[in-house]
Design a protein around this ligand. Structure first.
Ligand code: SAH
Length: 393
């Protein structure tokens, strides 16, 4: 019997031929043969030509995700090759380096490993698994990681939200190696202590690394406000950049404790004031026009498309409040990590926020995630992070 395959409806193959990794349910004409959830299956266009192979899960809105463009087995050797390729790309991008040991080794679709993210923190690796296909192949993946890199502790952080959706057991554990609650890492020379099991995401928001460094270059002499500060990444970059004073705000007590510890470890104690507060409440009562550099980096406001209107209002209000706190000539660095809010929409929201605050701004820089967050061209679904640098007139 021929290998099972998914056949696309007529006219639906084009993006997939050009490297788009996702097959939506409504693009599928039929499935030939028997495929179980989590299996690897071939994909053919309407004329029966092989496009590639990938993971199948009928529970998902995206029943198939491609991981290869050739007819090859997806086995231990496959994962070993993929991890090696991913590492070669990071090496080419200068990661890791003497100054930076926290970086993303595997970025899911961007490394032809859909459903797998691997972040490296010094001698630790954190694997985040979000699809059944990857969950079923954990052992091969962990073997490949350990063979490629010297890893002292390998964590698995597989969030319940995805696990429930895809139908596998969530995890937050030390999968292999020495159990450690935290691991040291460097970002552009700044010393960080990362807590994969008790932090958020894999322990750090690596995607903002280059934006944090850029913020550092704009901080000299500035009164800085870092809102949604998490472990203080932007605050620390600003301190190193010569900020006059820094206020860092986060609603998580754990994050605030982390900021204080990071400030001490990097010689910025006394420079950074960490405040546990809700961002909106804080900004509503902040002294008007008191800050020269403001970063707002909120969590996703739009989880699904239906949240879009509420998210739009939230971002608009947040940006208006931030602008009220901005001194004339200040810089506002405003971020959105909602995939459902595209770059153009986000820019319009910021414009509306400025109008609401009665302030005028000019955009001078638009950024996305750091270079180690590779993506296939045209895969707009993966473009979640937008950052606007605005000069406040
Ligand atoms: N800027 C950070 C990443 C921010 S992630 C960095 O560079 O690493 C978003 C942060 O927002 C999390 O730390 C979370 O604890 C915090 N947060 C979530 N809801 C919040 C709220 N209502 N008010 C303030 N902080 C909030």
């Amino acid at each position: 019997m021929a290998a099972p395959q998914i056949v696309l409806r007529k006219g639906r193959a084009r993006p997939l031929w050009f490297g788009h990794p996702w097959v939506y349910a409504n693009a599928i004409a039929r499935i030939d043969g028997q495929v179980a959830p989590g299996d690897v299956v071939s994909l053919a266009d309407h004329d029966g030509r092989l496009i590639g192979r990938g993971f199948y899960n009928p529970r998902s809105q995206i029943p198939m995700r491609l991981c290869t463009r050739v007819d090859e087995p997806v086995d231990a050797a496959f994962f070993a090759r993929r991890i090696k390729q991913a590492r070669a790309a990071r090496t080419r991008l200068g990661l890791p380096s003497e100054a930076t040991t926290a970086y993303r080794l595997v970025n899911s679709e961007g490394d032809d490993l859909p459903g797998l993210v691997v972040d490296i923190y010094g001698d630790a690796a954190v694997a985040q698994i979000t699809t059944l296909g990857m969950a079923n192949r954990r052992a091969e993946i962990f073997d490949a990681l350990e063979a490629e890199l010297p890893i002292k502790t390998l964590y698995e952080i597989s969030p319940p939200s995805y696990a429930e959706l895809e139908g596998f057991a969530p995890a937050s554990r030390v999968a292999r190696g020495a159990p450690r609650a935290s691991v040291p890492a460097l970002e552009d020379g700044i010393a960080l202590e990362v807590e994969p099991l008790s932090g958020q995401k894999t322990g750090m928001f690596i995607d903002q690394r280059e934006t944090r460094a850029r913020v550092g270059t704009l901080a000299r002499g500035a009164r800085v406000l870092d809102v949604y500060a998490y472990a203080g990444g932007f605050a620390l970059a600003a301190a190193r950049g010569g900020a006059a004073s820094i206020t860092a705000v986060d609603s998580s007590a754990r994050a605030v404790a982390r900021i204080e510890a990071h400030a001490a470890a990097n010689g910025a104690r006394g420079k950074i004031e960490a405040i546990e507060a809700d961002a909106f409440r804080f900004l509503e009562t902040a002294t008007p026009r008191a800050f020269d550099l403001i970063v707002i980096d909120p969590p996703k406001f739009a989880r699904a498309r239906k949240d879009l209107e509420a998210a739009r209002k939230g971002y608009e209000r947040l940006n208006a409040l931030a602008l009220q706190a901005a001194a004339p000539g200040a810089i506002l660095v405003t971020c959105s990590c909602s995939q459902n809010v595209d770059a153009e929409t986000f820019e319009r929201i910021v414009a509306a926020g400025a109008k609401q605050a009665g302030r005028e701004v000019r955009v001078f820089e638009r950024r996305g995630p750091a270079a180690d967050h590779l993506l296939p061209p045209g895969f707009t679904e993966g473009q979640y992070l937008k950052v606007l640098f605005c000069y406040v007139v």
